[in-house]
Design a protein around this ligand. Structure first.
Ligand code: E4P
Length: 221
């Protein structure tokens, strides 16, 4: 399963890109609004793409099909490699249908049920983003929705790539990997948690200590 970073923060993206564990970036208007307001968003996104070289989703703000298509057109003028991120509303699916005819990659976002995922697939979405954490936040089982979506995909050989989004902790990533999601888009902190284990840190510290002991016993030779 691929990992993307869910962030618009360049230092976080650069830090994770340097580890080689991520192959894409998802942004959204909320993540972009957290960054320095003096930053030029277009430059930031182009810089992000130059850093990671893979998938970068850029979200539209319009809620009417015409507006979404106009925004997609503008985005693609300054960033031709963009995957256009479109909300899971009927007008959004009409935009996905049009963009898919032109072979423009789309990521349908704010999906909370297998039915919505199926609809987005049928409209021609390249990616469907299932927001499991926000379901957990309201007392529903987000992982179950990802599992059910993956079962439907396996049964019918559906084509959209399933992105597990709105990840809240490392167990979410593992549960989605077991379910068969293609990608988990994961916040920086959780990617760090995923790589870390206290026994690894203790092991590294004891190897260094033992190596130093051995070197001093040999008189530094
Ligand atoms: C995915 O593309 C979204 O940007 C993201 O995962 C939303 O997660 P949140 O529920 O933490 O805002």
């Amino acid at each position: 399963m691929e990992l993307y970073i869910d962030s618009a923060n360049l230092s976080e993206i650069q830090a994770m890109a340097s580890t080689g564990i991520i192959s894409g970036v998802t942004t959204n208007p909320t993540l972009l609004a957290k960054e320095d307001p003096t930053l030029d968003v277009k430059e930031l996104i182009k810089h992000i793409h130059a850093t990671i070289g893979g998938h970068v989703s850029v979200e539209v703000i319009s809620t009417d099909t015409k507006g979404m298509l106009k925004e997609a057109d503008e985005i693609l003028k300054w960033f031709p490699e963009a995957t256009i991120k479109i909300p899971m509303i009927p007008n959004g699916l009409s935009a996905v249908k049009e963009l898919s005819k032109q072979n423009i990659p789309t990521n349908v976002t704010l999906i909370f049920s297998p039915g919505q995922a199926l609809a987005a697939n049928n409209a021609g979405a390249t990616y469907v983003s299932v927001f499991l954490g926000r379901l957990d936040d309201i007392g529903q089982d987000g992982v179950a929705v990802v599992k059910e979506t993956c079962e439907i995909w396996d049964r019918h050989g559906l084509e959209s790539m399933i992105i597990a989004a709105s990840i809240r902790h490392p167990i979410h990533v593992l549960e989605c990997a077991k379910a068969g999601a293609d990608i988990a888009t994961t916040p920086y902190k959780i990617l760090q948690q995923l790589m870390k284990h206290p026994l690894t840190d203790a092991g590294v510290a004891s190897f260094i200590a033992d190596h130093e002991k051995m070197m001093s016993a040999k008189g530094g030779k």
